[in-house]
Design a protein around this ligand. Sequence first.
Ligand code: PGA
Length: 254
Amino acid sequence: MRKFLIAGNWKMNGTKASTHQLASELSKLDLPANVNGAIFPAFLHIKDVQNVLVNNDSWQIGAQNCAHQADFGALTGEISANQLRDAGCSLVLVGHSERRIIFGEDDAVLAAKTLAALAANLTPVICVGETSEQRLNGNYQQIINDQLRAIFDVVGIDNFRKVVIAYEPVWAIGTGLVAAAEQAQEVHSAIRKFLETYSESLSVNMQILYGGSLNSTNANELFNMPDINGGLVGGASLSAKEFGSICAIAGEIN
Ligand code: PGA
C-alpha cells in the first residue's frame, strides 16, 4: 500500500535557533508506519535541520525551489539541483504558486527545473492549482491539466513516473480557506483521469498531495478521500505539535 507523504513547507520562516528547535521536536515524533515525513526548510537552514535529523529515517529533507536549472556556472546568487542533492536534499518543490505568481516562473522554466531535479536524483514535487478567478470561471481543471501537460511534454513519461504532484488551490494557500474534501477529491480524481490518457499505471501510481490551509481540523476528511495521498502543509507545519497531529491523523487511515 502507498504511504501517505506529509510534507511541511516552512517557506521564508524561522531563524537558525527556531528551525533547530522545530527539527528537534520533529525528531522526537514517532511517525505512523504508513506515513513518510518531509520538510522543506529555507536553503540556509537545510544543513542544520539535516544535522538534527541525521539518524532519523522518518524524515526526508527537501528544498523549496531549485533556484536555477543549470548544473553549475556564473549565475550569481543561484543554487542548482546538483548542489541541493550534494547538500543532502532528496526532494524539491517545483512550481509552487508563490514561485509562479510572485516570481513569474513560467511553464518552460518549471519544465527545465523538473528535468534538472530528476537529473540530480531529486524527487520533484510539482505544484499545480487554480486561482479563485479561474475557479469561478469554471475552467480550473483545464488550467491544472495544462500546468501538468507543460511539464509532461518536456520530461516524458518515464521521468514523470518519478514525480509527486501537489494540488494546491491558490485561493486556499495561507488564507484559512480550505478546499472542501469533495472539492479536493474532484480535482485529484480528474488529475488521475488526465494522467490515464498517457498511461493507466502512471495514473494509478501517482502520489497526489493536497495543500492549502491543511491543518489538524480538516486533515481527517481530506485524507479519507480516495485520491488524496498526503499533504503539503504550510503554516501548520511550523508547529511540531500541529504537524505531528496531522501525521497522526494520516496514520489512522487504512
Ligand atoms: P498553507 O500553505 O498550508 O499555509 O496554506 C500551503 C503551501 O503553500 O504549500
